[in-house]
Design a binder for this molecule. Structure first.
Ligand SMILES: Cc1cc2nc3c(=O)[nH]c(=O)nc-3n(C[C@H](O)[C@H](O)[C@H](O)COP(=O)(O)OP(=O)(O)OC[C@H]3O[C@@H](n4cnc5c(N)ncnc54)[C@H](O)[C@@H]3O)c2cc1C
Length: 371
């Protein structure tokens, strides 16, 4: 039987961030992931500078041999409608490739790794846990994304009634001719909302890679919405011919849209396993990283006594950071939505100050500092 102080299921941004924070405080941390890294993850790969700050990533070091695409503006609007270009005088975001980013974070975490090994069983044994019949730990951390087996153990039903964002994307390396024909600028990703405002499509160029996708709060007819978005991009002459027909799908929960149990004695959920993506934009990497640090701070304070009362501060910290009930602040009555779709999203002031600064960039919320 192998044993460790903390077993983290999932080596994505949530798992690797929590692993690093706990390992730095002297815990023997083991990360178990069903995939061998570097592995891909369905994602547009857009992050804000706050994520890099929180993770204490040296951009020069990271960019050596990896894609780190600075972003200084956005083109936005409604699909088939008017377009607004918003420019900034500094880098307001970056484009990364998840196969590189997640591998970098996991490698530097300082944790022991068991990769290519899915969770097959979780059992409570006394005050601790036995996973797969061969790993013993007193602390189990669920960082396995939306379908995390630890979240299921705590009662989540990811394929059931939860109201999720369903999304599809493709990322590929353009050849020289495609690079020449691609009219989307690397420093200016393009985001276009569906007419019913229940989702948006993006076209995101990162160096010579192109990422195209669409996510909606309503999983019905997702492919039709995606086809319509690609047709729109083609008609406007934005994308080159020969886009691969290999779209990958995934689902995840927005904060405030689900009710997953976040902790119990000796166990916590972080990142997508806990359902924490920002409701306005679907950005999930920042909440994954922040929840990992808030959980780690709580676990360190608990001093190896992981009774339920010692883990309760994690939920309070999350609520202080993300708010009590998610999107209420920016939610609008349904009757207003078509009006807003037509008018506000073609308005330069509203686009800059509300859509981008507030909903997408969370510009007023500074980076979370690790304890
Ligand atoms: C199409 C799409 C586009 C997105 N674009 C963005 C974006 O541009 N920016 C952004 O911030 N967010 C984006 N998101 C959201 C973002 O991808 C997630 O919120 C983020 O990956 C959550 O990180 P995590 O560490 O919680 O989980 P994940 O990154 O999903 O990592 C979970 C890990 O757990 C492992 N795992 C799962 N099940 C098991 C098991 N049974 N046993 C062992 N290991 C297991 C997986 O292999 C994986 O490595 C997007 C999501 C989608 C679907």
């Amino acid at each position: 039987m192998e044993s460790c102080d903390a077993l983290i299921i999932g080596g994505g941004p949530a798992g690797s961030t929590c692993a690093r924070a706990l390992a730095r405080h002297g815990l023997d941390v083991l990360v178990l992931d069903q995939k061998v890294f570097p592995r891909d993850k369905v994602c547009a790969g857009w992050i804000t500078p706050a994520v890099l700050d929180t993770l204490q990533i040296d951009t020069g070091d990271y960019a050596a041999g990896r894609v780190l695409q600075p972003i200084t503006g956005f083109r936005t609007g409604i699909i088939d409608g008017a377009e607004v270009e918003t420019r900034y005088r500094k880098n307001v975001s970056y484009g990364i490739r998840r196969c590189e980013f997640d591998h970098y974070l996991l490698k530097r975490s300082g944790a022991r790794l068991r990769l290519g090994e899915p969770v097959r069983s979780i059992e409570r044994r006394g005050d601790g846990w036995i996973v797969n019949g061969e790993i013993a730990t007193s602390l189990l951390i669920g960082a396995g994304g939306h379908f995390c087996p630890v979240a299921r153990f705590l009662g989540a039903h990811p394929s059931g009634a939860e109201s999720v964002v369903a999304a599809k994307e493709v990322e590929f390396a353009m050849d020289a001719a495609q690079e020449k024909d691609c009219r989307v600028r690397p420093d200016t990703p393009e985001l276009f909302f569906c007419k019913d405002l229940r989702g948006y499509g993006w076209c995101f160029r990162k160096g010579s890679y192109l990422n195209i996708g669409l996510g909606r709060e309503d999983r019905h007819r997702l492919s039709e919405h995606l086809d319509a978005f690609c047709e729109f991009l083609t008609q406007r002459g934005k994308i080159p011919a020969g886009i691969p027909d290999r779209y990958h799908g995934h689902a995840y929960l927005l904060y405030g849209h689900g009710a997953r149990k976040l902790f119990d004695a000796g166990v916590v959920l972080i990142g997508d396993a806990a359902g924490l993506a920002y409701p306005e934009s679907g950005e999930g990497i920042r909440p994954a990283v922040e929840s990992a640090l808030l959980a780690a701070a709580t676990l360190i304070e608990a001093g190896r006594d992981y009774r339920i009362q010692n883990l309760a501060p994690y939920q309070k910290r999350l609520q202080q950071r993300l708010g009590m009930s998610g999107p209420a602040e920016t939610r609008l009555p349904a009757a207003w939505q078509s009006f807003i779709g037509g008018k506000l999203l073609s308005n330069a002031w509203f686009t800059r100050h509300v859509v981008l600064d507030r909903w997408f960039l969370h510009a007023r919320q500074g980076a979370l500092r690790a304890a």
